[in-house]
Design a protein around this ligand. Structure first.
Ligand code: GLA
Length: 740
């Protein structure tokens, strides 16, 4: 039983296969956090609770109590003497702050429910998932707070979310509702986050957590290029295979905060949820607010285990699309091939050419609608530009006639000032009256908190899909939110607008995949600004980055795959010199790196040298051969490139150890060095493997004596290593291992 309650101790123990989480109800009725970490088979003693620095609530009567600054809380509140960051801030009908929560009741149920209007993980095929609903109440506010914990034993995951209900007769204001808070003693923890910018998203960043607050956040209205909604704490000895790691991943696509605060007692509080800046929620009598889910995992076996927990969990319990188990059609996208400069014939010619090489889908990117020939106009006018491309239905028919699928780009959340939609409804853009709105990429953001706006835009998209027979959509979102005011919203609703906007996006995507259940949806936001678990609930894949350079992609994809599965990472082979960085890399290396994600092309095939063109059918075939292994197998980071050792290496191993694929990329070549030795993982120690070079660029010097290994024992390859010859700049190798 994953969830147990010990009535005499008033303790809950939540067990996954390798972890335990313990909650204690103190005598005073507080829900206290007792333990999270490696699995224990006994209930701890209540004396483990830290109550010593201040007179403890259970020692003194409430009226004699000073501060609540020492007790580890399951869900800390603001305004009553806990000076660490609270998870919940409430004001009563008079505007006075403060909230104090006491145990009211609990229930343990099988399975897991969804959350109203929000993405939420689900049990799927897994047996033994259980949910604890821990109900806390503040009698002074007539407020009920239900803490939800769902236990997924196999993946060592506990998800958390919170429902806040106003049971009184007067309105309340929620100023902050975080989704999870985790109190623990500090052990010199280091923080790991995924940071970056446009075209270099989600680089792994590790730093010590000092006194005060270490935060990851976005106030951009989306999860952002800059700081992904993920934070892990690890002990300083942590590497891929050892060390203790706590990961929090927020399943939400708007403003967020993840923070670790170390206080004067060497105490650590970790929390995650919607960023309170610009947020407050009016909770009328009888109303409930649901906070998004946080996916928590603990690994006692380093970062590698954390990664594999998240991959298994997201694949099994977050991504719903029927596409998740299916190989994705290898696509050609016209964006970097043509930008806005195309017509129907050019697109058809690109499809026809692609078809010859075995490419399976054409994606028509930005510029097919309104009068959009650059990025100054037409967002919001989802009407086919027939003078540019002719009939979309006919183009779609012709492409289908080639035996290919047909995909289309939309940017549903945006409005151009030069658009019929804006001319008809200028008030539909987010704006603050009397203030000139901030443009970004010449566009404004639609107020998707309004139903009529969502209905109109969705209606137009629906009509295009239905008329033209579209198999795939790239749902783009190319700017951050500013001037977050709504013309159709009253005074009190303005602070709810940002969250309602995110709920609006979720509602539209839910409608889309319900109405078109076979549609392959790929989310995108100026590259990877909304690569988060919330979006993965709706789309099985997300465009990882606008940076398609194979070398830049190493860091981007490594960071992304720290948490998110490879099957979700949009990755394409593009032209050289690369559009974003000007670098020229071998065609094979570009394909080997893109193979780590959902494989495709984004270039004009006609411009490629003949020797590269010839390789495409083999690359497409390779994607199909290895898709299941890469998408469903276990991922291991074997080496991250540094100045001293400028190569990158990772592998994907089948869960049963029967096969594996090793990708090695030499970022810079070095003279006079030995061949690199990589230590493989995920193999069966006693199995013998045949090793085949799948795809390789030329070595700088294959030294006369270098003899590639063609067979080896699992334990030898993992412990003694596997040698790779010295390669030059940007060269790469793929090695396939198969159990003999
Ligand atoms: C964004 C996307 C690109 C492309 C352009 C089109 O930048 O990330 O892939 O679709 O928009 O305008």
């Amino acid at each position: 039983m994953p969830i147990q309650y010990d009535e005499t101790r008033r303790m809950f123990r939540l067990d996954t296969d390798h972890t335990s989480y313990v909650i204690a109800i103190t005598e005073a009725g507080y829900a206290a956090h007792l333990y999270y970490g490696k699995r224990v088979s006994h209930f701890p003693d209540a004396k483990l609770l830290r109550q010593d620095e201040y007179p403890a609530p259970d020692v003194l009567p409430r009226e004699k109590l000073t501060y609540l600054n020492a007790l580890p809380f399951e869900y800390p509140t603001d305004g009553v003497g806990d000076f660490r960051p609270g998870a919940l801030g409430v004001r009563n009908a008079k505007g006075q702050p403060g909230c104090e929560l006491f145990y009211a009741s609990h229930a343990v149920t099988e399975g897991k429910e969804g959350l109203p209007g929000l993405p939420a993980s689900f049990p799927g095929e897994e047996q033994g998932v259980e949910t604890l609903s821990l109900v806390l109440a503040d009698p002074a506010l007539c407020l009920t707070v239900t803490l939800l914990y769902s236990v997924f034993p196999k993946e060592d995951v506990i998800t958390r979310s919170v429902m806040v209900r106003n049971d009184g007769k007067t309105p309340l204001v929620l100023e902050k509702v975080l989704s999870a808070s985790l109190d623990m003693d500090d052990r010199n923890y280091e923080a790991i986050s995924l940071d970056g910018n446009w075209a270099r998203e989600r680089h792994i960043c590790r730093r010590p957590v000092g006194f005060g607050q270490t935060t990851v956040r976005s106030i951009r209205g989306e999860s952002s290029h800059q700081e992904n909604p993920f934070l892990a704490l690890c002990t300083p000895d942590t590497n891929e295979e050892q060390g203790e790691v706590y990961g929090l991943l927020l399943m939400y696509s708007g403003n967020h905060i993840e923070s670790a605060e170390k206080n004067q007692f060497g105490f650590m509080r970790l929390s995650s949820g919607i960023h309170p800046d610009g947020f407050s929620w009016n909770l009328g009598p009888g109303e409930t607010f649901a906070a998004p889910e946080v996916i928590c995992t603990y690994s006692g076996e380093g970062l590698g285990r954390m990664t594999r927990n998240y991959h298994d969990f997201i694949r099994g319990h977050v991504i719903r699309s029927p596409w998740k188990k299916k190989p994705r059609p290898v696509l050609i996208n016209n964006w970097e091939a043509t930008y806005f400069d195309f017509d129907g014939e050019k697109i058809y010619a690109l499809a026809k050419e692609a078809k010859q090489f075995g490419i399976e889908m054409l994606v028509l990117d930005d510029g097919w609608f309104g009068h959009r020939n650059d990025d100054n106009s037409s967002l919001g006018d989802w009407k086919v530009n027939e003078s540019k491309i002719g009939s979309l239905a006919e183009l779609s028919q012709k492409i289908h006639g080639l035996g290919m699928k047909f995909g289309l780009w939309f940017e549903p959340e945006m409005i151009s000032v030069d658009s019929d939609l804006y001319r008809a409804h200028p008030d539909w853009a987010l704006q603050v009256e009397g203030r000139t709105p901030t443009l970004s990429r010449n566009q404004l953001v639609l107020d998707l908190s309004r139903k009529e706006v969502r209905d109109t835009v969705y209606g137009e998209i629906h009509a295009v899909l239905q008329n033209a027979g579209i198999d795939y959509i790239k749902w783009d979102m190319n700017r951050n939110l500013t001037n977050i005011g709504g013309i159709g919203t009253g005074r009190e609703g303005q602070t709810e607008l940002l969250h309602r906007y995110v709920l609006g996006v979720y509602e539209m995507q839910e409608r889309l995949i319900t109405d078109f259940p076979d549609l392959l949806l790929e989310n995108c936001s100026g590259g990877g600004a909304r690569f988060d678990a919330g979006m993965l609930y709706y789309s099985p894949q997300i465009w990882c980055s606008d940076d398609t350079d194979a070398i830049e992609r190493l860091r981007i994809q490594e960071g992304t795959a720290l948490v998110y599965p490879m099957s979700a990472m949009g990755a394409h082979v593009s032209k050289c010199p690369n559009e974003q960085i000007g670098r020229t890399t071998p065609f094979d290396t570009r394909a080997n790196v893109a193979l780590a994600g959902t494989f495709g092309y984004e270039l004009n095939l006609a411009d490629l040298p003949e020797e590269d063109r010839k390789k495409i059918p083999e690359q497409v075939e390779r994607y199909h051969r290895y898709h299941a292994l890469i998408a469903d197998g276990d991922y291991y980071r074997l080496h991250t490139w540094t100045d001293a050792e400028p190569y990158d290496c990772w592998m994907n191993a089948a869960k049963d150890g029967s096969e594996a694929l090793v990708t090695y990329v030499q970022v810079l070549g070095r003279p006079s060095t030995n061949s690199a030795k990589v230590f493989l993982r995920g193999l069966l120690p006693d199995a013998r493997y045949e090793i085949q070079e799948e795809c390789g660029t030329k070595a700088v010097q294959e030294y006369g004596s270098f003899q590639p290994l063609t067979e080896g024992w699992g334990d030898v390859l993992m412990n003694a290593g596997f040698p790779v010859p010295a390669l030059g700049d940007f060269q790469s190798r793929l090695y396939a291992l198969r159990k003999i």
